[in-house]
Design a protein around this ligand. Sequence first.
Ligand code: BDP
Length: 615
Amino acid sequence: MLKPLTTPTRDLLSLDGLWAFALDTKVGPEPWKSRLDTHLEAAVPASYNDLFADQEIHDHVGLVWYQRTVRVPRGWAGERVVLRFDAATHAAAVYVDDTLVIKHDGGYTPFEADLTDVVVAGEAFRLTVAVDNRLTNVTIPPGKLTVGPDGKERQSYFHDFYNYAGLARSVWLYSTPVTHLTDVTVTTELDGGTALVSYRLATSEPAPASVQLVDESGITVASGEGHAGTLRVEDPVLWRPGAAYLYRLEIEIHDGARPVDVYELPVGIRTVAVEGDQFLINGEPFYFTGFGKHEDSAIRGKGHDNAYLVHDFRLLDWTGANSFRTSHYPYAEEVLEFADRHGIVVIDETAAVGLNLAVEAGLTGQPPRPTFSSETINDQTQAAHAQHLRELIERDKNHPSVVMWCVANEPSTNEDGAREYFEPLISLTRELDPTRPVTMTTVIFATCETDRTADLIDVISLNRYYGWYVATGDLETAEKLLEADLRGWAAKYGKPIMMSEYGADTIAGLHSVTSTPWTEEFQADFLAMNHRVFDRIPSFVGEQVWNFADFGTGAAIHRVDGNKKGVFTRDRKPKAAAFALRERWKDLRGRKPVTQEISRQEISRQRSHDVAAQH
Ligand code: BDP
């Protein structure tokens, strides 16, 4: 699905701002048919849960209603008018005046409705959205609904972050010409000193198309005709970790000699591959440093915020991180675009977190239920997971920063049914995108002996908490257990291995001269122990600490004001571990391939050389 843009043939109107807001329990039937009877207003984008200082809203399970008036710009007569939600968590039904225009399931991917036949340029309409936060065994992520003694629904879920909901990303109204581009796919390969940039366009109806690839200084380096083709770029400037470079693909759809639709897409020329036990970017080994993150901040919950975006990326840079994983759901598109522009490498994860009922048993003390069965994670869940993968890959396929898909976080891959569940989904991922490696993060219960899916994936990504959940506080024992665990995987599979999560809860400001869990010193010691082990495993290709920052969770006796494994606090203040990591990742620059940085001067020297060669 194309990101909406303003171009010479397309206009874009942001619908962000304050919307009328009400819980379903406070409004009458069919609330979309009139003005929402409420005095509450919710910020969009933001999760609604923490906006109102109101327990009932914070804990609400079920539908909420958002409403606002929208005037279609008067200049849009004769154009196609589209309403787009960047996300609605976790399901939505959208009404324009009295008409239902679209429903969507899945809380982290965009959806849109063509309003051309239901709105009029220059006139206003009432836009009402029902957003549902409920999670069941057949949603991604899954959850469980029960009914409390008061007759109200209660939501539980098997993932460790708060079930923030609402319109946490932007909402847009945009116009396109009637004949328009509907999709573009770009892939890049290298053939010696030449880049092969293949493109495939889809249009609303058959129409001639042309493309031009333009470099950062505005020079056209290649052009093509038709809906598909391969452009050759001699001596390309590559998109590299630590040194982003983006060409621009300018696309024109024609009607006779006239361009009827114009669109543009940033293109980073780079390759990714797994060969033996190495992860290669541009044919060179790459070592991931960085974090698993969350979209999380006080008050906004998961609401996208450009100030946090800029600041978080500056902190990534400050610590020397070259990458992050979008744990545990696809992030806002603005985040990936920013990573594209700033040379940060991304592992793009689905919202399939908590497909693991052993975790539920651990949290509730109840006997474990089988994860994969007709009553739990079943064919319908798998279908929702497949649809989610389609939407994710369709949205993110063109981002050079995205180097790998992560199909799920910590699923119960040691249980019966895991292989039957995941094999088709991993094949689907490869079919949808044959260019990127695929991984899943492995839960501690799945050992190299008991796991049933690791042969299906390209990179073994392990979430391990030795010294925290296992051998708590005993870093000597932890070091032995961790090393044995990693060596087992390395010997059995011969694939690249990375640590996709390792971390220890830490209260900022808590100190001790002895190694004591929860102190800042312990967190730094814990990470150092992990790093000693990683450095002893030759097939190790990366370390992503859990977590970048402290984050909000549901109520649990082991969570005091959320999860405290952040290297930064929730308001992004460094703990001691941040300084330790900064030292470690600076030191790694000489020892591991953590960057392919080249200077801007080098890039412009290379470009002027290429331009001279072309003339
Ligand atoms: C891992 C999960 C992650 C949790 C983390 C933790 O992947 O979502 O937040 O543990 O317990 O199992 O901190």
